[in-house]
Design a protein around this ligand. Structure first.
Ligand code: ATP
Ligand code: MG
Length: 484
């Protein structure tokens, strides 16, 4: 019997996962599948490439052997953070870009799905962090395509997690999703108004577990260097030594979420030799205080940007591995108390929510306006709240009010945009006089959910056009259409 499949992928900095839904034709009910690795967990986003042979190691086994692999392989534990960094390496005669490495993560996900349940992932909806740039979206799309996975659509990570936990959150009117992973913190305030789910405010910062690991590693390094009377910096240590220290720092961080102390031992740490260091919870808490404060502030700012006020936030939903850090939990308890909510199986929430959107693609609508402030100060809407986003486009023309060569456009329509510096857009047009010349503005959303407005003068060829991009559109979804 023919089966209909839908897949959602969480392409995470540290861990990636796939959830699938299938049903036989004619069945009303979808069956959910989680594609677990051999330990019942998501797939580490870890890629190791052998310096000599070019052999690629991925998945849980490679992650478990990462200390050992670090001496013979280039280890890339967080390729998502390398997209857009210009990272490029020649390994065993082949040039690798971050996009090539990301392809290996998608191939690992594909393999896990195939080995586990015989499912072939040909297309999927993929979750991405808030503020993931258009070029990163394009690289993820390319990386997935090279692994044979066509990306149907993107969805923001915290909103996907909301969909997956909807049955537990449906009694709430407004919730704040707090997703702190290995690379980014993503916050979204979601309102449920009689089955209409609206992203009221979203916010993301590039700060995650990897940054904490690095900080812990640097602090241990300076303790060891001091005790051994040496002045070498962490960055000047051999790469193998740095990798090993980072692995130990990550482990110590997790242990200190439960225990009051731990110790870190390395039998060989470059020129500093062997060492053992004892670490206390108080020490850890003190060194990561700035990061915890930044995360708390990101959440507070998003709640205040939503305009509903803290009293109207019914739950603060904690997901992502870094949300387990005890110093964070202590601050969260103090501030949000019994509003805190810890869903089960948070590791699968994001891919699950993305898969649900895949079942009903394109069912998202603009939850904000987007328009221009005109020279007389009035607001001219381009995109209207409620417009269906997929396939949306519009064409508008404006007259010029003076003979200036610069056309100044100011975008507006949402609280975040009204405060952002990138809302101002100046582009130069030839001077033909305001009576003859028109500015034509073509606006649309591409497949990566990026709004693009291209302006050009009616007196000049397309070569002289200029484009403004906006990747923070807030959407709303209708529950009935998502089948939640
Ligand atoms: N008990 C714990 N205490 C502290 N940190 C933890 C714990 N468990 C996992 N982490 C950290 O959580 C991070 C991974 O979380 P998660 O899997 O949610 O990230 P991700 O989805 O891969 O990343 P992102 O969403 O930023 O792309 C790692 O930095 C890991 O060290
Ligand atoms: Mg994540």
């Amino acid at each position: 019997m023919a089966l209909e499949y839908h897949f959602g992928i969480d392409f995470g900095t540290t861990n990636s996962s796939t959830v699938g839904y299938y049903r036989a034709s004619g069945d009303a009910q979808w069956v959910k599948m989680r594609f677990e690795d051999e330990e019942g967990l998501p797939t580490p986003s870890f890629v190791a490439i052998d310096y000599e042979t070019g052999e690629v190691h991925t998945g849980r086994d490679a992650w478990n052997r990462r200390m050992e692999l670090s001496s013979t392989c280039e280890c890339i534990p967080s390729v998502k953070s390398l997209l857009d960094s210009g990272w490029k390496k020649t390994i065993a005669g082949k040039e690798w870009t971050a996009c090539d490495v990301a392809t290996q993560v998608f191939l690992a996900l594909k393999r896990t799905a195939y080995e586990g349940l015989g499912a072939e992932i040909a297309s999927a909806t993929v979750a991405i962090p808030i503020g993931f740039s258009p070029s990163k979206r394009e690289q993820v799309r390319r990386a997935a395509a090279r692994a044979g996975i066509a990306i149907e659509s993107f969805i923001s990570e915290p909103t996907a997690a909301y969909f997956a936990n909807y049955s537990e959150l449906k009694s709430c009117e407004t919730v704040a999703m707090f997703d702190w992973g290995g690379g980014t913190l993503d916050v979204s305030v979601v309102e449920n108004d009689s089955g209409r789910l609206t992203e009221l405010a979203t916010n993301g910062i590039k700060l995650g577990g990897d940054d904490i690991d690095r900080k812990v590693a640097l602090k241990i390094h300076s303790k060891v260097a001091r005790e051994k009377g040496q002045s070498v910096s962490f960055d000047d240590m051999p790469l193998v030594a740095q990798d090993r220290m980072l692995v130990k720092a990550e482990r110590a961080k997790r242990v200190l979420s439960d225990d009051d102390d731990t110790s870190v031992f390395l039998g060989s740490y470059g020129e500093l030799g062997a060492f053992r260091e004892s670490l206390s919870y108080e020490w850890f808490e003190a060194i990561i205080e700035p990061e915890v404060n930044r995360a708390m502030k990101c959440l507070e700012d998003t709640i205040s940007g939503s305009g509903v006020g803290l009293a109207n936030i019914d739950r603060v939903v904690m997901i992502g591995g870094s949300s387990n850090m005890r110093p964070l939990l202590e601050h969260m308890e103090d501030k949000y108390g019994d509003k805190l909510f810890f869903p089960d199986e948070t590791m699968w929430s994001i891919s699950d929510g993305a898969a649900r959107l895949s079942i009903n693609p394109g069912m998202y609508y603009a939850a904000q306006d987007l328009g221009l402030i005109l020279s007389d100060g009035s607001y001219f809407p381009i995109l209207h709240k409620g417009d269906k986003v997929k396939g949306w486009s519009s064409s508008t023309s404006f007259g010029l009010v003076d003979h200036s060569e610069d056309a100044r456009l100011i975008f507006a329509g949402s609280r975040d945009l009204d405060r952002a510096s990138d809302r101002y857009w100046v582009f130069t047009v030839p001077q033909y006089g305001f009576l003859q010349e028109k500015i034509i503005l073509e606006s649309s959303f591409d497949d990566n959910l990026v709004f693009r407005a291209t302006a050009k003068s009616s007196m000049r060829s397309n070569k002289y056009s200029s484009t403004w991009e906006y990747d923070r559109l807030k959407c709303y979804y209708r529950l009935s259409e998502l089948g939640l």
